[in-house]
Design a protein around this ligand. Sequence first.
Ligand code: G3I
Length: 468
Amino acid sequence: MLQTRTRRRAWIAGIVAAVVAFAGVALSAQYAHAQTTLRGAADALGIDIGVAVDVNKLQNDQTYRDIVATEFNSVTAENVMKMETLQPSKGQYNFGQADTLVAFAQQNGQSVYGHTLVWHSQSPDWVENESGQTLRQSMQDHITTVMDHFEGDVFAWDVVNEVVSDNNGQLRDSFWLQGLGESYITDAFEFARQADPNADLYMNDYSIDGINAKSDRYYELAQGLVNQGLLDGMGFQAHLILGQVPGNMEQNLQRFADLGLKVRITELDIRMDLPSSQQMFEQQAQDFERVVNICTNLADCSGVTVWGVRDSDSWVPDVFDGQGDPLLFNDDGSKKPAYDAVLNALGGDPDETTPPDDTTPPDETTPPADGDCTARIEVVNDWGSGWQANVSVTAGQAAVDGWTLTWDWPSGQSISSSWNADISTSGSTVTAGDVGWNAGVGAGQTREVFGFIGSGTSAEPSVTCQAG
Ligand code: G3I
């Protein structure tokens, strides 16, 4: 296990140098003082600290984007890797938003945890109306196409999600169970193993954090799948209630680890009755610390993912009337007591002082002045139906504080999604401007400033750069 962690962390460390310029001033400063951020502390421990990401906010909300990039070393798509998004019509796949998340993660040295292949919820109507061999074939097609698409980019998948009901450990009476019978779970894992033999395959559910009838059922299912070599990990969602971390949670995770599985806390949040108070926030901090400690105490715990960034990003108030505030950041992006508690549990220190020689990034020591610039589009990935390009700006003899790039597509290409630039298109001409935090490029320096997903044949047209 430790070897796996070390290997993955070494890979991430290897690309950190390449991404700090892209990720911006805040990120480079945070990397320099690793233990003052959640991801710095988690990297040192060799575990993941993950976050569920809303891709719309990632593209449109700078505070959100900065927190995701700075504080977390792993991401899970909150919604855009679910079946209704990836395959809204039978055989028609829509990877745009998920690709945007994967590209962002790669730019920021983050692993991507896949959520989820087979689930009763957020599935398209067409599949819910199928049964028998047709449904089984659709399940295989979906698993195979999605895992092939993300092979090498997504290190683990929730192959089945929430397949046990809340009723005494019986299997959930979903359209999957009705249409295929109990064997669908094993079949899903077989299809997944065939599709990407290198991905870690997980089951995942809520209300299985402690020992109870539901987690007992998972334990039985896990034994069977482990015996067939089909299961690598068990995901405990941990949608918890203030003051109610199950007393036997560590023991519960340990019994799954003892089967030879990785364990992971996949969707952690701790909700409370509103209005919240400082005292409740202190209790929440203790609860978060306890859960993270349970993971760090277990050699086979691959990480903890929190289910959202700020309290205002959480799904909880939409579903539990009068409850909320379950996450690590306040609505304005400031840190809650729970943040400090998680950092503490990961062995970090919020008060660590900053050595003077690397507190000020070069961008800030050089007074910004407008100058000449050049820019380059570089295709870094091409999967046939789409491609990813990164764009860099090089400043001339004077620093650049703002840039506008223009180029013409040679043969009908288009941008299906982008990050960290304001893009407008007129016919075949594209104009891309900075989004503030990535405006600065030091004199004589090259900075990777944004990226995009293209459609059509991949291309690297020449770019005009206007500084200022
Ligand atoms: O995208 C539409 C938008 O177009 C529309 O205007 C809006 C109106 O309500 O709805 C938007 O879709 C919502 C979607 O989230 C994206 O925001 C859905 O209504 C809403 O149901 C959906 O909720 C998600 C929920 O899963 C669905 O079951 C939550 O964001 C997401 O946090 C939640 O995550 C689940 C995990 O996948 C599995 N475990 C439990 C966890 C919490 O429920």
